[in-house]
Design a protein around this ligand. Structure first.
Ligand code: SF4
Length: 234
């Protein structure tokens, strides 16, 4: 099957456990103000690629995966091309590989559920902790990722929650307290990662000739984000 891919990273270390082959899908329905991959937004962009070709590339990297590594689908939003994602993950599982899905959780329907049939770990972005901020800064209703999380809990699929910390928006104790409340009692949550907002992507926006919405906010200090991380309970 053919899908549209932005790029691949053969030895990724930040998108799930161990060393991973990361496939960045093309296309995303959200518009997060801090997005560092605006060049993945256009569903018609990227390159048409066969699952078979991706699997060949993945298997060449297999010796580096070790015990914990594997394959991560990221983007963009992999669930925008659910049949393609499903086939790729199914092929990876048939090879005995560990699979992860990095998603905004915007979509939960039969097609998305079939992708989860072949997913060992979900990296779920819970981007904000109030409905008003969620909609304003991402264009997505907060109910969607929360419903997605609920579904993962029902199925017992392990999740790592991720949130980008932006100074002046969510770099405060109240945000972490709300996050703790949203995650309370969820046995599927195995890890919570707070990620410092950075502005390396500004050049991409310049190249595309579009404004970088969060250019007005300073980059986050990693030490302050580390301090906030200590308040996370799950
Ligand atoms: S969901 Fe990810 S790729 Fe899509 S706009 Fe947000 S940060 Fe960017």
């Amino acid at each position: 099957m053919t899908g549209r891919i932005h790029s691949v990273q053969s030895l990724g270390t930040v998108d799930g456990p161990g060393i991973r082959f990361v496939v960045f899908f093309q296309g995303c329905p959200l518009r997060c103000g801090y997005c560092h991959n605006p060049d993945t937004w256009d569903p018609a962009g990227g390159e048409a690629t066969e699952t078979g070709e991706l699997l060949r590339q993945i298997l060449r990297c297999r010796p580096y995966f070790g015990e914990n590594g594997g394959v991560t689908l990221s983007g963009g939003e992999p669930l925008l091309q659910p049949e393609f994602a499903e086939e790729l993950l199914k092929d990876c599982k048939a090879e005995g590989l560990h699979t992860a899905l990095d998603t905004s959780g915007y979509r939960l329907d039969a097609a998305a559920e079939r992708v989860l049939d072949y997913t060992d770990l979900v990296l779920l972005d819970l981007k904000m902790t109030t409905g008003e901020e969620y909609l304003r800064y991402t264009g997505c209703a907060m109910e969607k990722p929360l419903r997605f999380l609920e579904y993962l809990e029902e199925r017992g699929i392990p999740v790592w929650i991720r949130q980008v910390i932006v100074p002046g928006i969510n770099d405060n104790n109240e945000n972490i307290e709300r996050l703790n409340r949203l995650l309370a009692g969820k046995k599927c949550v195995k890890k919570v990662e707070l990620l410092p907002f950075h502005k390396i992507c500004a050049v991409k926006y310049q190249k595309m000739g579009i404004p970088f919405p969060f250019d007005i906010y300073p980059a986050a200090d990693p030490a302050s984000v580390e301090q906030l991380s200590k308040l996370v309970i799950f």
